[in-house]
Design a protein around this ligand. Structure first.
Ligand code: GDP
Length: 174
């Protein structure tokens, strides 16, 4: 059973994966020194329970074979439970995020939008982004989970809820 996590480069994907697994030191998470440098898929196996797949960042610095590799994986992986699409809460949904959303919609994947770096902006700015993205999700998407997950890999805000959600969708909450 797999979950894929992907985003534009530099949105905080490696940091989020590290935060999610901070209670599981046996899962070794590599965070590249230069930000935004995941070029291939990394598989993190959590016991026999589930696997998290770290996808290459899209947009700026995306590897050339990104489209082929990612599209094929997302389209054909039968045991893919959820795709987590990360959006930087400071900048909101960008053009390349829209392309990723369209891809999830086209392949009819169940996906979830996670808002990263929520410690970085004021409460007012964050609320505006959340409401805007929430409205977009409700009006324009079919496969997106109706609730956003705002998180910070620095303060750990929202991390526990996201862990519970992953446990729930992979059938590990009982
Ligand atoms: P990736 O390219 O998507 O894997 O992004 P990284 O995890 O490497 O993060 C990109 C940059 O954003 C790094 O400088 C991180 O320290 C920073 N960053 C990531 N998550 C957070 C967060 O929750 N809060 C803040 N303030 N910075 C973050």
């Amino acid at each position: 059973m797999q979950n894929s996590i992907y985003s534009r480069s530099n949105v905080g994907k490696s940091s989020l994966i590290k935060a999610l697994f901070s209670l599981a030191p046996e899962v070794e998470v590599r965070v590249s020194k230069k930000p935004g440098h995941t070029k291939k898929m990394n598989f993190f196996k959590v016991g026999k329970h589930f696997t998290v797949v770290d996808m290459p960042g899209y947009g700026f610095r995306a590897p050339e074979d990104f489209v082929d590799m990612v599209e094929t994986y997302l389209k054909e992986r039968r045991n893919l439970k959820r795709t987590f699409l990360l959006v930087d809460s400071v900048v909101g949904i960008q053009k390349t995020d829209n392309i990723a959303i369209e891809m999830c919609e086209e392949f009819a994947l169940p996906y979830v939008i996670v808002l990263t770096k929520i410690d970085k902006s004021s409460k007012g700015h964050l609320l505006k982004q959340v409401l805007q993205i929430q409205k977009f999700v409700n009006m324009k998407t079919q496969g997106c989970f109706p609730q956003l997950f705002p998180v910070s890999a620095v303060t750990f805000s929202g991390i526990h809820l996201l862990r519970c959600f992953i446990a729930s969708v992979t059938g590990n909450l009982d």
